[in-house]
Write a protein that binds this ligand. Structure first.
Ligand code: FES
Length: 219
């Protein structure tokens, strides 16, 4: 377990955006008035989506909104590593360093990040990137992998990860998924089971028009 502290430099204030407040109020309505602190984790997440990180003024505003003591919000934000306690770059690279990814080359990915971005857990000088080492992200079949912002990039090598970072910096949106040509997590070289295309082409039932939560097509 790591010791996590708030950033030394903090903004003077925090304000919920209209959109964040609308969503926060939706979460608050899910719980009885006397239990509205139950919404603290989704509201921390919404604030992080708005600001990129969770500042001390933001934690205090969340405490007021949820009717909690500030220290209780502080405890939650410093316990869960998904909450960023200092500003991060526009592109947050979270490299999995757990055993399957480590055995498949995660150390080489982290070396590349050190060279291209700088020390881990700190924003690069140009404000573009922050990289972190994280525990298993549940995509071990396609190791080594990294979560970049909201998407998984899998079967990476230092070369493919380097290209992905360059593409982000060039304003492109690199397509997430496997960089070894896998469709999902089937064996390298192709699927060995469930190969009947009728299972997927819609001929056995209602076709799937669009998968949820897909990003915009690569440019
Ligand atoms: S070990 Fe890396 S995703 Fe599980």
């Amino acid at each position: 377990m790591s010791i996590r502290r708030l950033a030394k430099q903090q903004p003077a204030s925090f304000a919920f955006s209209k959109d964040t407040m609308t969503k926060a109020r939706w979460w608050l309505t899910k719980y009885p008035e006397a239990r509205k602190q139950s919404a603290v984790i989704p509201i921390l997440w919404l604030v992080q989506k708005q600001e990129g990180w969770c500042s001390e003024p933001a934690l205090r505003a969340i405490a007021d909104l949820c009717g909690m003591e500030y220290v209780r919000v502080y405890e939650v934000a410093t316990f869960y590593t998904m909450f960023q306690l200092e500003p991060v770059g526009k592109v947050l690279v979270q490299v999995c360093g757990t055993t399957p990814c480590m055995l498949r080359g995660a150390n080489d990915l982290m070396k590349l990040c050190k060279e291209k971005i700088g020390p881990k857990d700190h924003m690069s000088a140009d404000g573009w990137f922050t990289w972190q080492e994280v525990e298993c992200l549940g995509a071990c079949c396609n190791a080594p992998m990294a979560q970049i912002n909201d998407y998984y990039y899998e079967d990476l090598t230092p070369e493919t990860l380097g290209q992905i970072l360059d593409d982000f910096k060039a304003g492109k949106k690199p397509w997430p998924g496997s960089y070894a040509g896998r469709h999902s997590s089937e064996p390298e070289g192709g699927a060995l089971t469930l190969k009947d295309t009728a299972l997927y082409d819609g001929s056995l039932g209602k076709p799937i028009k669009k998968l949820p939560n897909l990003p915009e097509p690569a440019q």
